[in-house]
Write a protein that binds this ligand. Sequence first.
Ligand SMILES: *Cc1c(COP(=O)(O)O)cnc(C)c1O
Length: 425
Amino acid sequence: MDVPVTNFDVQIDAAVRDLAARADSAVADVWRAFEAVERHNLRRILAAFVRYGVGSAALDYSSGYGYGSTARDAVDTVWADALNAEAAIVRPQIVTGTHALALCLRAVLRPGDTLVSITGRPYGTLYTALAPGTGGSGGILAERGASYTEIALRPDGTVDAERFERECPRQVRAVLIQRSRGYALRPALTIDGLERIIGVVRRIAPDAVTLIDNCYGEFVEAAEPCSVGADLIAGSLMKNPGAGLAPTGGYVAGRADLVELVAAQLTAPGQGREVGPLLDTNRWLLQGLFLAPHVVCQALKGAVWGSWVAERLGIAVAPRWDEQRGDIVQCLMLGSARAALGFCRGVQAAGPLDAGATPVGAPLPGYDCDVVMAGGTFVQGSSIELSADGPLREPFAVYMQGGLSLEHARLGYELGLSRLVADGT
Ligand SMILES: *Cc1c(COP(=O)(O)O)cnc(C)c1O
């Protein structure tokens, strides 16, 4: 007997259901490629656990100052190895990806230095933290007495190497490279693309620190930015590498001398990485890393599946289902506020928490328009869990990401897209 377990079935539109039935086999080859990346990355990460000899002492609770915490050393060393970096600092005391990036910039920039953003306008919250052009007040640039140059992306969203070569100032200390698209309509950088850009920076400004905003990029491919010469990378544990298990936190990884500077910035010179308890987060930081290749694979499979189905419903998507991916983000251009809100409401209805909530647009610090967000996540604001969000302005793009399981991502797309069809938008 075929008993409907919930009312989900009646919420799914017939056209969406037909496409959903065909989508798995249509995207199967792409899924297989993601599985190969997962296999590779899991083995790489397990090898890091084995090399370090992680034992149950790595799960011990540490409190207070965290002096001599073996758990902290295990977490930092295994994460560094997994990210192909010389060193890493992974902490619940780094509270967001923006915080991790701000630590890097504060650690590296000195008076008279220049920071160059080679991928155009940085992510909103980071741009707010930098606060270019505000003179004496507020942001990191003013605080450090540093200048800032932005190299706009080409119209097709790729890095303009010629312009970088022409406009890169002599005193450049650091070059910021953002891997994921953020709220911009540009493709994410693949590891190959990143390698080319790092090559250009090395040629023009050999001493500049290459700082990668690695948010959403971890374990999407078989190599990581430090494998292709990145000096410093930073990201959020509420995204890919926390795998939905890390309850909070951020990381910085890269060259050992630079990670030391970042550690001194996070705590104090002379204390650096030697203080800072992991409390009871160590288990989640280690198990999250262990699970990350799988969760990222699930999220990627969901993204490709959703891209295929959405495109067949006449929705403009980026990336398309068979395009190479450098992050887990799937962008749907929905064309109107009504459609963006409708899609997000469908995704919210698929959430394990607050499924009855109705997402609305609201102002968000660092953004120039209202933003809608849908989630219902176990970890607040987590976007490795299934989530959709977007700025409510032309072209009303919604950015869908995460899904701890493919089945959950699939349901999110089914309900989101069905809501669009039902609304006639
Ligand atoms: C999410 C994100 C950030 C900031 O991370 P938070 O944890 O939200 O502070 C920075 N850059 C990019 C590209 C991101 O996607």
